[in-house]
Ligand binder design. Structure first.
Ligand SMILES: Cc1cc2nc3c(=O)[nH]c(=O)nc-3n(C[C@H](O)[C@H](O)[C@H](O)COP(=O)(O)OP(=O)(O)OC[C@H]3O[C@@H](n4cnc5c(N)ncnc54)[C@H](O)[C@@H]3O)c2cc1C
Length: 489
């Protein structure tokens, strides 16, 4: 039987963040994820590392401040997958008053501090660019960041593994019980069951956190959790420019329109109360209509449901603060520590943006109970591939394009923005395109697939096309089928 300090359940952002922090403090760690890494909520986000401007309306100043501080840290830790993004808020003449938005942005700038991203500014109607309905009267602009959410999860898992953690994907925790000073857990993978003995158990099962507690014997009652579905649609590019839009919808909610994968615009999200098991959420026709209505209110381009090239939905697991409106439930997290025997730590709520500080706090509480002395260390640490010279990915990508001039022109840049300095491992000994192996379309070659299988726990074509990358939006169906055959399903 495997014996470790910490057994972490859940390979979403919070589970891998905790596994990484713990491994770096010298704890022995096993993480189990029943599906692929980031298979659920952590790949279905709006893909923003943001302070959350709208949370100011709910007076969540602590959450906004913490998120803005984390935004700077993540930008430094992973400049290849986190990048600054300007947001434009068009003025409609209805919705929130202009002065209110201005004050909100001044507060946002203030909470962000003086370093880092540029401050907010006012825009005249001509500054809004093409593609918007002419009735809009200028607006405001501010900065946040976007992230390749599922790659952030994988990089944390890689860092954890490089520091000694064992990451077991497609492995489910079935049951766990306390026995003396340890947890005894039954885990299941590929038809085989085995036991793991751990000094502490971390429940980072996201929307399954409450469900998991019912499989863990001897635990207290689960705190109240609300499950809220959020969906996105992906449309052919709605406008030119590298900026995103924050759109005020007719019901007072805000909807983002974000440039996505060069050719597309990502539009989302919704807030729909979810009852029942969190498996397989999908967008409803009401949510589709709601998002298309936001597009129609702001953009000149005529789009219908037939134009949607992709959609996805995820379930937020939120700590229930009693709010009746699902979009007003707090997005802050709660760490619940049960020490009525060997420790059980459960995570409720949270954001991708705050995963690092959440993990640090979790370990600050667990570490002393396990009598481990290693202190907090992730604040200034980079993630795998994040050590690009001067922290500027554009420069690094340009130098790679020069060094690998024999490769298809856009490939080195795409790889630099996915793998950072680890691209040198992906392209080890590659001199020309002939060394890359079979081509599966859209610049995806056998060499990259092999790297993903060996280093990033990719097992299926879906893992490669929609979580390790978003090449699924670019490859043709017959190429995707060929990749599926190549990867054995
Ligand atoms: C629509 C939407 C938009 C969002 N946008 C943003 C955003 O722009 N920025 C931001 O910062 N945050 C955003 N969030 C929030 C963010 O996505 C979540 O807070 C975060 O992904 C939660 O991560 P997690 O690790 O807790 O859960 P998950 O990612 O769901 O991970 C939990 C994992 O546990 C695994 N698991 C469950 N039970 C077991 C078991 N018994 N054994 C093994 N494994 C198990 C599951 O398979 C799952 O992979 C958004 C959320 C949604 C839904």
């Amino acid at each position: 039987m495997e014996q470790v300090d910490l057994l972490v359940v859940g390979g979403g952002i919070n589970g891998v963040g905790i596994a990484r922090d713990a491994a770096g403090r010298g704890l022995s760690v096993v993480l189990v994820e029943k599906d692929d890494l980031a298979a659920h909520t952590s790949s279905a986000s709006s893909k923003l590392i943001h302070g959350g401007l709208r949370y100011l309306e709910q007076f969540e100043f602590k959450l906004v401040r913490e998120s803005l501080v984390e935004r700077e840290r993540l930008l430094r830790a992973a400049p290849h997958i986190v990048e600054p993004l300007e947001f434009v808020i068009p003025a409609t003449g209805s919705g929130r008053a202009a002065w209110k938005l201005r004050v909100g942005l001044l507060l946002y700038d203030h909470l962000a501090g003086r370093k880092g991203l540029p401050r907010s500014r006012s825009l005249r109607p001509n500054d809004l660019g093409d593609g918007l309905t002419p009735a809009l009267q200028g607006g405001l602009a501010y900065w946040d960041c976007r992230v390749q959410d599922s790659r952030l999860v994988v990089l944390n898992a890689m860092d954890a593994a490089e520091r000694g953690a064992m990451i077991l994907t497609r492995t489910e925790l079935l049951t766990a019980r306390r026995e003396g000073s340890h947890w005894i857990a039954r885990i299941h993978s590929s038809g085989h069951e085995r036991s793991v003995k751990a000094r502490a158990l971390v429940n980072a099962a996201g929307p399954w956190a409450g469900d998991l507690l019912s499989h863990v014997r001897g635990t207290k009652r689960c705190p109240a959790v609300r499950l809220v579905k959020g969906s996105h649609i992906v449309l052919p590019r709605l406008y030119d420019g590298d900026h995103a839009f924050l759109l005020q919808h007719r019901d007072g909610r805000v909807v983002f329109a974000i440039p996505f994968e060069d050719e597309f615009t990502l539009v989302g999200t919704t807030d729909v109360e979810w009852c029942g098991a969190p498996d397989g959420p999908s967008i409803s026709s009401e949510e589709t209509d709601y998002l298309l209505a936001a597009v129609a209110a702001y953009f000149t381009r005529n789009v219908t449901a037939q134009d949607i090239v992709w959609d996805f939905a995820g379930i937020r697991s939120l700590y229930d603060d009693g709010a009746s409106d699902p979009s007003k439930i707090t997005r802050d997290y709660r760490i619940d520590l049960d020490t009525s025997g060997p420790p059980l730590l459960t995570i409720f709520g949270g954001k991708i943006t705050t995963y690092r500080s959440l993990a640090e706090r979790a370990l600050d509480r667990l570490g002393p109970l396990l009598r481990k002395r290693g202190g907090a260390w992730t604040e200034r640490a980079v993630l795998p591939g994040g050590d690009v010279p001067n922290g500027t990915i554009e420069e690094y990508a340009a130098s790679l394009a020069q060094a690998y001039s024999g490769l298809p022109p856009r490939l080195p840049t795409r790889l630099a923005k996915a793998y950072g300095t680890r691209v040198e491992r992906v392209l080890e000994n590659v001199k020309s395109v002939n060394d890359l192996g079979e081509h599966f379309g859209a610049g995806l070659y056998e060499r990259e697939v092999e790297y993903l299988v060996r280093n990033e726990w990719a097992r299926t074509a879906e893992d490669v096309l929609f979580r390790r990358s978003k090449l699924g939006l670019h490859v043709r169906q017959d190429d995707a089928a060929r990749l599926r055959r190549h990867m054995g399903g």
